[in-house]
Design a protein around this ligand. Structure first.
Ligand code: GLN
Length: 205
């Protein structure tokens, strides 16, 4: 196949928005390839890059565990495949997560990003908000972040780069080829984060 093969994990959450943001980012950059919804381990095996959407991390994690996709994604990350996790996606990529109100709880995670996440760190659905952010380290000086029941990153290991903070809280990180954001870049018209991600996939390819 010519071009890159990027999958959007389509178990639950804002899958369609990520398909279209990824497709548009590739088109604007002239990167050839396929963007498809993926669910099962066989589809994930063939990918050059994966986006894990926002949604509900316990649902996405539990269903991926049952289908065997969680294990397959872990293997692909270990082999260097770039992944973008937005909101619930970032939670899933992490080693540890606790809920701001409920505290520690068991949920299946990909155990990759060396961070501890506080889920719902900014409050409930009614506390959703937008804010201007900057992600200078990846060349994005201004980005409108959409936060919906958003997590924050509370502990980071030495291999994790902080890409952005809002009100002292860490809201975007990168470890190797894996990027996590507390906010939803797929819900704004600005494609900068998805463009950075698809460029990473192309370079790795
Ligand atoms: N609060 C959700 C969770 O913990 C994430 C919210 C989102 O992805 N917008 O999974």
């Amino acid at each position: 196949m010519t071009g890159v093969n990027i999958g959007i994990l389509s178990i639950q959450g804002d899958v369609a928005e990520n398909v279209s943001a990824t497709r548009m980012a590739m088109d604007e950059l002239g990167i050839e390839g396929v963007v498809s919804e993926v669910k099962n381990p066989e589809q994930i095996s063939d990918l050059d890059g994966l986006v894990i959407p926002g949604g509900e991390s316990t649902v996405i994690g539990t269903l991926s565990l049952v289908s065997g996709s969680l294990k397959k994604i872990k293997e692909k990350i270990a082999s260097g495949m770039p992944v973008l996790g937005t909101c619930a996606g970032m939670i899933l990529l992490s080693k540890k997560a606790k809920d701001r109100v409920v505290g520690e709880m068991e949920q299946p995670l990909l155990d990759h990003l060396d961070v501890k996440i506080e889920r719902n760190a900014f409050g409930r659905q009614k506390d959703s908000f937008e804010a201007d952010l900057s992600l200078e380290k990846i060349g994005i000086s201004k980005f409108r972040g959409v936060f919906i029941r958003a997590p924050s990153v509370i502990d980071i290991g030495k291999d994790v780069e902080v890409l952005s903070r809002f009100n002292e809280k860490i809201v975007a990180i990168k470890q190797g080829n894996v990027i996590g954001t507390s906010f939803h870049p797929e819900l704004t018209a600005d494609l900068a984060v998805h463009k950075y991600f698809v460029t990473l996939v192309q370079k790795k390819n």
